[in-house]
Structures are given as C-alpha cells and as structure tokens.
Design a binder for this molecule. Structure first.
Ligand SMILES: [Zn+2]
Length: 112
C-alpha cells in the first residue's frame, strides 16, 4: 500500500497557500497536496482529498457519474410518532412572550 495519495481535487493545485509552493527559485509552482495515509483518514474522504473544498470540487465536476454509483429513484422514510406541538408562554415585566416547539420522535425499528 502506498503511503500517500495526491489530492483528487481538480483545482487543488490552483489554491494559493504556502504549503503548496514547490520548485526551485525562478520556476516555482503551486502543486497538488500530498495526503499521508493513516488511521485517521483511512475510512473517510480525507483519504483522497485534502479539504472539504477539494472534495466538493471533485463531486461537482463528476456529479452525474457519482450519482450512478447509488441512484435514488424513490425516497427513503424513517417512521416517527405523531409530532407533538407545544405552546410555551412566559410572562415578563415587559409583556408576554409565546413560542412553539415541535417534538419529533423516531420509532425504534432496530428490533424488527
Ligand atoms: Zn486538495
């Protein structure tokens, strides 16, 4: 297994940061970041991308192909109990303040 990957962000080498500067005097470049492989990034997109920006650039440039990996043609649903809406009223010296909260509880279906 290689010890690093180059960031897969298509614009990584265009972002102006000092850590991307490489080359000798008179022929400097901004270079794609090298990503060290370790336990921290092995199961995340940070294995191949140096930042959220580079990940987003890649996703935006390849979105139709990415979608085809796991197309969603129907919505998914999470069962919930009927939402409970509650009115809260507080009386202050300057008057009354009323606000509402809605509690939404998921139904545990893990045993089914
Ligand atoms: Zn990058």
């Amino acid at each position: 297994m290689s010890e690093h990957y180059w960031c897969h962000g298509p614009k990584c080498h265009t972002y102006v940061t000092t850590d991307r500067v490489r080359g000798s005097k008179g022929s400097k470049v901004l270079r794609t970041r090298k990503i060290k492989q370790d336990a921290w990034n092995e199961k995340t997109f940070y294995k191949y991308f140096c930042s959220n920006s580079c990940y987003n650039d890649f996703a935006n440039a390849n979105i139709e192909r990415i979608r085809l990996v796991a197309p969603r043609n129907e919505p998914l649903e999470t069962p919930i109990e009927d939402p409970v809406r509650e009115k809260h009223t507080h009386n202050y010296s300057f008057g009354e303040h009323t606000y509402y909260t809605t509690t939404i509880k998921k139904i545990d279906t893990s045993m089914e």
